[in-house]
Ligand binder design. Structure first.
Ligand code: GDP
Length: 438
């Protein structure tokens, strides 16, 4: 039996990955984060309790599941510890369940200061980053000046690296009219960080390989979305890491053959946080209804998300980039009250019809969506678990999205609860917590 599943977002993030990551971790023995930092946010709802995780993989709430943070993730020790403390308060033995790669670049105070200074200096051209130092930490990684988790194990060498890094970055900070960062404070904090992190450092590629050889299920947990990928997204309005499926391998240390199934989580409409192109954005009442019914506020920043119609051009491209095996359509129920639905089937760019997204934000900004309309179902799909139980118009909408994106829709999510799903096709037996419809 094929085993390992990669869950990722096919839009601009916030597709509702958290719920499926959570459901699927129940069948996994290892859960792997491979990119991003604490700019990601997954909302897990179990019973009445809501837990928002930014850095720790979602499987941490489960017994018998190991969670690992792969080398592709940039790690803020402060953010990690506050999440670990929150989990402790809830009685989760997080130290037993979490391991981290020594190769993860650390996010240090100068990264945060630089991130904020740059966004401020960019004025109206700001990217809309979360200001948490993630971009600058990735820059240091490719510039080969990152200080990594492993460096905390040799503090004398760590201190030397901090001095060099502060000398380098403080010049920029002062140039931006900001205060220099205090190297002494970073070194001081590192003593406690080393004490807490050292026992968590492990050989992550070795762990993945061992689970794979044992035939256990590994679950790779993507963060953000495909259109925010630093290479393939709406550059420069993107995140600083690769979010596409291939990054699961490089960001954790395994070969492509380790992944058996790529689940593309796709909202039944589209949202985007922050600046950047968004051809199907709505500025009218319909946008407001989607935002309100969909509770479209960021899990990490609380920022209101921009809302719009389903963009089949974008999702078709995302499915191609990721080799998506099956789509999971989420938040169908949010559209229950709309009388007419529009789907973007192509763009018009400078008078030409195009069926694929242009490269880069400048051209993307000028794309005008070409829509087709479908009748809404105007009845309740919330909580539905059977395809035949969905209104005909909803079934038609799903079928049309499947045609336009050229990927099968395997799952449909109809509510926040983990059992509120329609399983159309799922190769691995029932989803945990849910009987398959007869
Ligand atoms: P993620 O980052 O992709 O996991 O997305 P979020 O953490 O922002 O989660 C999306 C939110 O939508 C959470 O509050 C979920 O409980 C909720 N949600 C997920 N799927 C559905 C659904 O099918 N219907 C509704 N109404 N809410 C959903």
């Amino acid at each position: 039996m094929a085993n390992s599943v990669l869950v990722l977002g096919t839009q601009w993030g916030d597709e509702g990955k958290g719920k499926f990551v959570d459901v699927l971790t129940q069948q996994a023995s290892l859960v792997v984060r491979f990119q991003g930092g604490h700019n990601a946010g997954h909302t897990l709802v179990i019973g009445d309790e809501q837990t928002v995780l930014h850095l720790v993989p979602s499987g941490v709430l489960r017994e018998n599941v190991m969670c690992v943070i792969g080398n592709g993730v940039v790690v803020s020790p402060d953010a990690l510890f506050s999440e670990m403390d929150m989990l402790h308060e809830r009685g989760v033995p997080v130290e037993e369940r979490l391991r981290i790669s020594g190769a993860c670049p650390l996010i240090l105070p100068y990264h945060i200061a630089l991130d904020q200074a740059r966004e401020k200096a960019a004025g109206e051209h700001a990217i809309g980053t979360t200001g948490r130092g993630i971009g600058p930490a990735y820059e240091d990684k490719v510039a080969r000046r990152a200080i990594r988790v492993q460096d905390l194990l040799t503090l004398q060498r760590f201190d030397e690296k901090v001095d060099l890094a502060c000398a380098y970055h403080n010049a920029t900070l002062i140039g931006h009219g900001m205060h220099a960062v205090d190297a002494g404070a970073i070194k001081h904090a590192a003593r406690e960080q080393a004490r807490r992190l050292a026992p968590l450092i492990a050989d992550i590629p070795g762990m993945i390989d061992a689970h794979r050889r044992a035939g256990n299920r590994i679950m790779f947990e993507g963060a953000q979305g495909t259109l925010l990928d630093v290479d393939h997204g709406t550059y420069p309005f993107v995140t600083s890491s690769n979010t596409v499926a291939g990054a699961a391998c490089s960001g954790s240390g395994c070969g492509p053959g380790t992944i058996d199934y790529v689940l593309g989580i796709t909202k039944a409409y589209t949202t985007r946080v922050g600046a950047g192109p968004f051809p199907t954005e709505l500025f009218d009442d319909v946008g407001a209804v989607l935002g309100e019914r969909g509770n479209e506020f960021g899990a990490t920043t609380g920022r209101q998300r921009r809302c719009g119609w389903f963009d089949a051009v974008a999702v078709r491209r995302a499915s191609m980039l990721n080799g998506v095996t099956g789509l999971c359509l989420t938040k169908l129920d949010v559209m229950d009250t709309l009388d007419t639905l529009k789907i973007c089937t192509a763009y018009e760019l400078d008078g030409q019809r195009i069926d694929h997204p242009p490269i880069g934000a400048d051209d993307y900004e000028r794309c005008v969506p070409i829509y087709e309309s479908m009748p809404g179902w105007q009845s309740k799909t919330e909580g539905a678990t059977q395809l035949s139980g969905l209104p005909k118009a909803a079934q038609d909408y799903i079928a049309r999205l499947q045609e336009l994106t050229e990927v099968p829709v395997h799952l449909v999510s109809t509510g926040r609860e983990r059992n509120e799903n329609v399983i159309i096709e799922w190769p691995y037996g029932d989803l945990p917590g849910q009987e398959r419809a007869p």
